[in-house]
Design a protein around this ligand. Structure first.
Ligand code: XMP
Length: 319
């Protein structure tokens, strides 16, 4: 049978042979795949690894900080954090259409990553967390109708024009194997079991135009959703859980004043493969707590809805 420590050792050997004494760049996103790639490379080549985290201003609450802490507690290597919020938000100004948002975010990401990578001397390789399902999916994207459903800019990764030689050590692995490998490499459970988060981040959960103010509201609401699901002990039992800021205002009462504020949708799904998904049948008490907390704690929100649509025909994300 397939053994993980064998896989890790073999992968480390292969990386060492391939890399020699050259430098490798690895993009970090805070997600499982890029963290496992970084951990594997670190084990293989140590200080020849440089990591780049592009903060696009579309990350979740405290996410940049979390990634940095996580990173520096596990690796003593070179980390570059690019604060690119201003650029991404100005590229997104006035844009409402979801695919156009994705396109602009994809371009801005490549630009920022490239500019930072160019500062790293003698970088020769680029490591990516491509998994086996990505390999299959990107094949389908090129030739089939799958491409027209949604653009996944981070799948398939950065373009070859960047001029790096690619290293994709997770190419043969499925997600559950990547998680096991992460644990084997000493990454904490919390990181290894993190829900997936889309490359375009909160931009596709902030429906319509993305603004700094809307992101602030969404970030707070989202943090409450995740925190309450964790507190209820249901994080591992759900596949994704998040808030969506709707482009809708509705009437409410607060004290004796009338409000006209935003509505937030809570989306929580269970799925094996993300191709089909069921909405999570969360306990009413938990939903009530999420709703009360969001309305009480997040300024600008007076209504919370729970999304009870399955995929298909709905998608997991709203955009
Ligand atoms: P949908 O909304 O298509 O999502 O049911 C399926 C899975 O893909 C994630 N998703 C994305 N991931 N870039 C990504 O990296 C994207 O543009 C994107 N759109 C959706 C979504 O979070 C879910 O896990």
């Amino acid at each position: 049978t397939w053994r993980l420590d064998d896989f890790a050792n073999a992968a480390i050997e292969t990386i060492r042979e391939q890399v020699g004494n050259k430098r490798v760049i690895c993009g970090l996103s805070g997600g499982v795949d890029s963290s496992v790639v970084a951990a594997l490379l670190y084990k293989a080549i140590g200080s020849q690894l440089s990591c780049i985290l592009v903060d696009n201003g579309l990350l979740r609450k405290n996410e940049q900080q979390l990634v940095i802490e996580e990173f520096s507690s596990h690796f003593q290597t070179d980390l570059h954090v690019v604060d690119a919020e201003d650029q991404f938000l100005s590229d997104l100004a006035g844009i409402e259409e979801p695919q156009e948002k994705r396109r602009r975010i994809g371009h801005a990401f490549i630009e920022c990553f490239k500019a930072e990578a160019e500062k790293i001397e003698e970088a020769h390789f680029l490591a990516q967390g491509t998994l086996y399902p990505d390999v299959i999916e990107s094949g389908a994207d090129k030739d089939g109708p799958a491409a027209t459903i949604k653009l996944h800019h981070n799948v398939g990764g950065l373009p070859e024009e960047l001029g790096f030689e690619l290293i994709e050590p997770l190419r043969d692995l499925f997600k559950d194997e990547v998680r096991r490998l992460g644990l084997e490499l000493g990454l904490p459970e919390k990181l290894v079991w993190r829900h997936p988060f889309p490359g375009p981040g909160l931009a596709v959960r902030c429906l319509g135009e993305v603004t700094r103010d809307k992101l602030k509201v969404l970030r707070e609401a989202d943090a409450i959703v995740v925190e309450e699901i964790e507190n209820a002990g249901l994080y591992r039992d759900t596949s994704q859980a998040f808030a969506v800021l709707l482009p809708v205002q509705s009437v409410g009462v607060m004290g004796d004043a009338r409000t006209y504020d935003n509505a937030v949708a809570v989306r929580c799904v269970n799925t094996d493969d993300f191709m089909t998904a069921d909405w999570s049948h969360l306990p009413y008490e938990l939903l009530a707590r999420i709703s009360t907390r969001i309305i009480n704690e997040v300024k600008g929100v007076n209504r919370v809805c729970y999304d009870i649509s399955s995929k298909p025909p709905a998608t997991i994300e709203w955009e």
